[in-house]
Design a protein around this ligand. Structure first.
Ligand code: ATP
Ligand code: MG
Length: 216
C-alpha cells in the first residue's frame, strides 16, 4: 500500500483499527469515522486479525469471511481501507499488535503519524502487551469508550500503572453504541433479526453464508 503526502502537507495521519470483526458492526464504523474527523486522519486502515494467538473458547470465523465483511462495510467510505497483513500471515506466525504496528511503521514514510484505535476495554491490556514501551514510542493510542465507561477512572487507572503512557493515549467518548459482535452472533443463532446493527451488505453476507447459525 503506497501513500503519497499531498502537496504542502508535512505529515500524514493514519488510524489503524484492529479487530476480529466477526462480524464488523456499526460500533466499529461509527468509532472509526468519529476518530477520523476529530483527529483529522487522512485514512483509517482496518486490520482484521488472523488466527487467534491463543485457543479461545469460541472458534473465530474463517478469516476470509471476516475480511470480506470488513471490505463490504467500508466500501462506501473513501477514507477507509482494509489491510490483509494479519490475515495473510502463516498460521504458525501468530501476530501481536506490536508486530502489526511495527509493520506499518516500517512500511510508511517517516512523515506518517500512526494512531492505533481501540475500545477502552482493550486499552488497559496494552500496558500488559509485549514491548508496550516501544509501542507507545511509535504510535499514539485512541481509546473509544463504550457506554458505562468512565473517562476519569480509565485515566486514573492508566496513570497509576504507567503515567508516562498518558500523553500518548487519547480517550474519546463515542455516541452510545452498545453493539458488539457477540450480541450480533447471539441474535443470529436465536433466529432474530440483525437489521441495522451492521451495514445491510454485511447482514446479507451473514445470511447468505449461514454464519453464526449454530453458536451456543
Ligand atoms: P466481540 O463481541 O466478539 O468481542 P467486538 O464487538 O468487541 O467483538 P472486536 O472485533 O473484538 O469487536 O473489536 C475490535 C475493536 O473495536 C476493539 O478495539 C474493540 O474494543 C472495539 N469495539 C468493539 N465494539 C465497539 C463499539 N460498540 N464501540 C466502540 N468500539 C468498539
Ligand atoms: Mg471484543
Amino acid at each position: 500500500m503506497t501513500l503519497h503526502l499531498s502537496k504542502g502537507k508535512e505529515e500524514l495521519s493514519i488510524g489503524l483499527m484492529g479487530g476480529t470483526f466477526d462480524p464488523i458492526h456499526l460500533g466499529h464504523l461509527v468509532t472509526a469515522e468519529e476518530v477520523r474527523i476529530q483527529f483529522g486522519l487522512d485514512r483509517v486502515i482496518f486490520v482484521p486479525s488472523g488466527h487467534p494467538p491463543h485457543k479461545e473458547a469460541r472458534e473465530v470465523s474463517d478469516p476470509e469471511h471476516r475480511y470480506l465483511m470488513t471490505v463490504l462495510a467500508t466500501i462506501t467510505n473513501p477514507f477507509f481501507t482494509v489491510s490483509r497483513v494479519e490475515i495473510d500471515k502463516p498460521h504458525d506466525k501468530l501476530t501481536f499488535t506490536i508486530d502489526t504496528i511495527r509493520y506499518f511503521h516500517d512500511h510508511f514514510d517517516k512523515r506518517v503519524k500512526l494512531y492505533f484505535i481501540t475500545g477502552a476495554d482493550a486499552i488497559l491490556e496494552i500496558l500488559t502487551w509485549k514491548d508496550y514501551q516501544e509501542l507507545l514510542s511509535i504510535c499514539s493510542f485512541i481509546a473509544a469508550t463504550r457506554p458505562g465507561y468512565y473517562l476519569n477512572k480509565l485515566e486514573e487507572t492508566i496513570g497509576a500503572v504507567c503515567p508516562e503512557a498518558l500523553s500518548n493515549i487519547h480517550v474519546l467518548e463515542i455516541p452510545a453504541m452498545a453493539i458488539s459482535s457477540t450480541f450480533i452472533r447471539k441474535r443470529v443463532s436465536e433466529g432474530k433479526t440483525i437489521k441495522y446493527l451492521s451495514p445491510e451488505s454485511v447482514t446479507q453476507y451473514i445470511l447468505k453464508n449461514r454464519l453464526y447459525q449454530d453458536e451456543d
